[in-house]
Design a protein around this ligand. Structure first.
Ligand SMILES: Cc1ncc(COP(=O)(O)O)c(C=O)c1O
Length: 431
């Protein structure tokens, strides 16, 4: 059933409670202003829901930019960590000595990915940048003086300077950060453009198969063509699976959708790898690709952090035993697409539980998201605006897989659909 609720003139955004307001004030005053958060102050979280101190709740359809795979406060990594705390496990000692926790993690990650070696880190950029570093090191060994690595325009791999010019869609983020890092070549999303940029200095190509931040936009066959081109020209190929892997888009690693033939030389995993509890990321690669990494060539104080390894190992065990998480991700995407179908000027596409809602006829999607989370409908839902592409504004949904069908239906029919249907009025009203 579709409930279309008309906005009354006197209805405004829900007001924050006193404690939430106080927390917001502190952040607005004391934090660097790099985010423009929606008007909700999360204090607790369970499953698919975020709660504020006053008891208001929102359905989290963003999942910390896809870092929460199963749900908030997921018991699997938490129990594993609790056990470790009880036996006074080593909290942190860095990689100056071996640890049993890191041993378990690399063994499991190697087994589940089929790659030979693991370079551990904590956040995304600290695992994507090493792909480029490793390519450059191979070039050095081969005596290439001005090595080049190909990245794609409008693809996001983190905010390292290596990626600052190619991957950010609105100019403001790359402005003022200096010139492009030497050796980075930016290609269009087109295999022929990539082909035209490969030369004797090209060492590697790095791409995200299903783009999370840059859309979302889903593979249209380009990955296979780029992979074939890389093999033909003897260039390394790496995939950024930080957002589209770990079953978010249906497969443990997104390239597996195309079969073993399309295995890259290395893949980066992150976000949900730490079970939503501890930031854990890793570059995993073949023996040959990783061979240039020798003592002293790379390092990270928190790479291989024992407690991070415990959370990640518990997550990997669970995903190993429950491949149906991928099937559930696909069902979730299909349900959202069905529920949101048929709205004039709105097109919904998805790969698993990464869902793109392309919206025509508005200059900005942000006010719609604002209305969804802190407007006047129930249930309020947290949806992030994506980026403009081909004249369309995008909304990005990446719900946790614990979300129930009733929650999806309620969010779609009570909140998302009516707001999309009234979008011109809402955006026009300047809310
Ligand atoms: C595909 C991809 N790569 C890399 C990153 C960077 O991760 P982080 O923000 O943890 O550095 C992100 C973050 O959204 C991402 O989506």
């Amino acid at each position: 059933m579709i409930i279309v609720v008309k906005k009354e003139a006197n209805m405004t955004h829900r007001l924050l409670g006193a404690e939430s307001s106080a927390a917001k004030e502190k952040i607005d005053q004391y934090s660097a202003r790099i985010y423009n958060p929606y008007q909700f102050v999360a204090h607790a979280a369970v499953g698919a829901w975020l709660y504020d101190k006053e008891g208001n709740k929102v359905l989290d359809l963003l999942s910390a930019y896809s870092s929460i795979l199963i749900g908030h406060n997921w018991k699997v990594p938490i129990r594993a960590l609790q056990k470790e705390y009880e036996r006074a496990c080593v909290g942190h000692c860095s990689r100056v000595v071996y640890t049993t926790q890191y041993a378990d993690f690399v063994e499991k990650l190697r087994a589940m990915t089929g790659f030979d070696r693991v370079l551990p880190a904590s956040d995304g950029r600290s695992s994507t940048e090493p792909f480029v570093d490793v390519c450059m090191m191979h070039a050095h060994h081969r005596g290439i003086e001005y090595p080049e690595v190909i990245l794609f325009e409008d693809y996001f791999h983190g905010r390292a300077r290596t990626f600052s010019t190619n991957a950010l869609f609105d100019q403001s983020q790359s402005l003022g950060k200096g010139p492009r890092v030497a050796g980075i070549v930016v290609a269009e999303h087109d295999v022929e453009d990539v082909r035209s940029r490969i030369n004797e200095n090209t060492v590697g190509i790095f791409m995200e198969i299903h783009r999370g931040e840059g859309g979302p936009l889903f593979d249209d066959g380009t990955y296979m063509k780029v992979h074939e081109l890389a093999r033909e020209r003897g260039v390394y190929i790496g995939t950024d699976g930080i957002q589209d892997s770990l079953y978010r888009c249906g497969y443990f690693m997104s390239w597996q959708e195309f079969g073993e033939k399309y295995r890259p030389d290395a893949t980066v995993l992150g976000k949900a790898l730490g079970g939503g509890e501890i930031p854990v990321s890793a570059l995993v690669g073949t023996e040959e690709f990783m061979s240039v990494l020798t003592p002293g060539t790379h390092g990270s104080t928190f790479g291989g952090y024992p407690r991070g390894c415990v959370a990640a190992s518990a997550t990997l065990d669970y995903l190993h035993d429950h491949p149906e998480v991928g099937e559930r991700a696909m069902e979730i995407g299909a349900r959202f697409a069905k529920n949101l179908a048929g709205i004039p000027g709105v097109e919904v596409t998805h790969r698993g539980a990464l869902i793109a809602v392309a919206v025509d006829g508005i200059p900005l999607a942000w006010p719609l998201c604002d209305e969804m989370i802190c407007g006047w409908r129930q249930p309020n839902v947290l949806v992030k605006s994506g980026h403009r592409h081909d004249g369309y504004e995008y909304l990005r949904l990446s719900p946790p897989t614990c979300i129930k069908n009733e929650e999806i239906d309620s969010a779609c029919f009570n909140t998302i659909r009516p707001i999309l249907e009234l979008r011109k009025e809402i955006v026009g009203s300047g809310c």
